[in-house]
Design a protein around this ligand. Structure first.
Ligand code: NDP
Length: 484
């Protein structure tokens, strides 16, 4: 028989009992001096950190990024140099549902990746779609509120969702993706990932490029129909979490081909679409995808809470060779993600093993709750005691000029910018006949919820007629409204 270890308190003292509280006689009241009981009850009350306001439900795994091609002419980032292998972590998630909600809900999927590079963490915090519902972070909390529960009855409300979408025509491209069967992927293994935003790359000579990331699933795209997703919701709300974990445990390591689109820096100002608008893709005919490597998931976490619930992804984690673009949504997220982690986990979230970079940290930040990695003296810079010193040359290449008046304004339109031509291209050029039928049925099903008013249904029809007449007509037929 293997010898069992003795239970201890969290302070390591042998625990007095696994079952009995200390009491006055067998039937008597309990004693405040039973510090072990009090520690157990008090710690239990504190088991949860606040769940993420968005992307609360998810799962993840570890993997490796391998670069097979040479893109050193575009970026000097070490993780993208030929032959580089970089350990990484991913967290997949739904967006709107609470922790515990069904994996198969109609929703975009978060596709957040952390790469533990020798220059510190690099995070690509993307989705399974290349675009988003809005293009200005001013609207983000409003958008999310429209997808969450109502203030009065605590119920989800499709009328509220369509109200926001139809008043925000820039949402049409992303809502189009959402309403195809790609809005209900069969598993996380069978969907693409996109960095979505445009990012800056610069090479060793300081030449600059704009880049978009595409992680194309090697398992092939597989989706659920609306009926299959509903059935899965009832049968196994944790379907995607289970699928990924079981696949990796079986030794079936899912992989993605890593592609990029590269735009020369100077093209951006005069490109036919605003290349920084998060509601737009860069058409492949203008900027074809280039394969740069493969990303494979090969290891499950050992502890969900420690490694996935506390995993903290931040689009602001750049390494030399990569920087932000002026995409307004990205600019907003550069603040909001690390801010969320400071609130959820605490200001020293980067000291946790899952978030800690693999290279040594020589920061002058110190103290705060739960610190265990403080810098040695001196704790200030500049100093004359041989403390760490920044090397600005590592970041040379990231600088570029901008000018303009301070305004509150929409993006300046490029020649072909509008809200509907790209979703129209999706409908006309990309979707199959079956895809279109399902899209109409999915929209009709969603907008047929009992709370959706007749007036809202007419707005829904008009919204889709702006994308394509056939689509709007199909939705009008499905909803039984004329749409005017
Ligand atoms: P292309 O024909 O070159 O590319 C179409 C893209 O759509 C491919 O990446 C294809 O790759 C993807 N696709 C295929 N079926 C679907 C589907 N059911 N739902 C979503 N995406 C699908 O044309 P363009 O580059 O000119 O783009 C045309 C439209 O395609 C865009 O307006 C956009 O709506 C959509 N699209 C474009 C992307 C881009 O980065 N240019 C990326 C994804 C979609 P795959 O089947 O492997 O996903």
């Amino acid at each position: 028989m293997t010898e069992r270890p003795v239970t201890t308190t969290d302070a390591g003292q042998p625990a007095p009992s696994d079952e009995h509280s200390q009491s006055v006689g067998p039937n008597g009241p309990l004693l405040l001096q039973d510090h072990y009981l009090i520690q157990k009850m008090a710690h239990f009350n504190r088991e949860r950190v606040p769940e993420r306001v968005v992307h609360a439900k998810g799962g993840g795994a570890y993997g490796v990024l391998e670069i097979t091609e040479d893109v050193s002419q575009y970026t000097k980032a070490k993780l993208f140099q030929p032959g580089a292998r970089t350990e990484s972590l991913v967290r997949f998630s739904t967006v709107a549902g609470e922790n515990g909600s069904a994996d198969t809900a109609r929703d975009p999927r978060g596709f957040a990746m952390k790469f533990y590079t020798e220059d510190g963490n690099y995070d690509i915090v993307g989705n399974n779609t290349p675009i988003f519902f809005i293009r200005d972070p001013q609207k983000f909390s409003d958008f999310i509120h429209s997808q969450k529960r109502r203030a009065d009855n605590h119920l989800h409300d499709h009328n509220m969702q369509w109200d926001f979408w139809t008043l925000s025509p820039e949402s049409a491209h992303q809502v189009s993706f959402l309403m195809t069967d790609r809005g209900t992927p069969a598993s996380w293994r069978h969907m693409h990932g996109f960095g979505s935003h445009t990012f800056l790359w610069y090479n060793a000579a300081g030449d600059k490029f704009w880049v978009k990331y595409h992680f194309k699933t090697d398992q092939g795209i597989r989706n659920l129909t609306a009926a299959e997703a509903k059935a899965a919701e009832a049968a196994d709300p944790d379907l995607h979490t289970r699928d990924l974990f079981e696949a990796i445990r079986r030794g079936e390591h899912p992989s993605w081909t890593v592609n990029v689109q590269i735009m020369p820096f100077e093209d951006a100002a005069d490109y036919r679409f605003n290349p920084f608008d998060l509601t737009k893709v860069w058409p492949h005919s203008d900027y074809p995808e280039i394969t740069i490597g493969r990303w494979t998931l090969n290891r499950n976490p050992e502890n969900y809470f420690a490694e996935i619930e506390q995993a903290s992804f931040e689009p602001s984690n750049f390494v030399p060779g990569i920087g932000p673009s002026p995409d307004k949504m990205l600019q907003g997220r550069l603040f909001s993600y690390p801010d969320a982690h400071r609130y959820r986990i605490g200001p020293n979230y980067l000291q946790l093993p899952v978030n800690r970079p693999k290279n040594e940290v020589h920061s002058y930040n110190f103290d705060g709750p739960m610190t265990f990695q403080n810098p040695a003296d001196p704790v200030y810079a500049p100093n004359s005691a041989g403390g760490p010193a920044a090397d600005p040359t590592l970041w040379s290449g990231e600088q570029y000029g901008v000018a303009g008046e301070i305004v509150r304004s929409a993006y300046q339109l490029h020649r072909e910018d509008d809200d509907f031509s790209q979703p129209r291209a999706l409908w006309e050029k990309v979707l199959s006949e079956v895809d279109r039928e399902h899209m109409v049925a999915n929209i009709t099903g969603h907008a047929s919820a009992p709370e959706v008013t007749e007036e809202m249904k007419r707005r829904v029809v008009q919204y889709w007629r702006n994308v394509h007449k056939d689509l709007g007509d199909g939705v009008a037929l499905g909803l039984g409204v004329d749409g005017g």
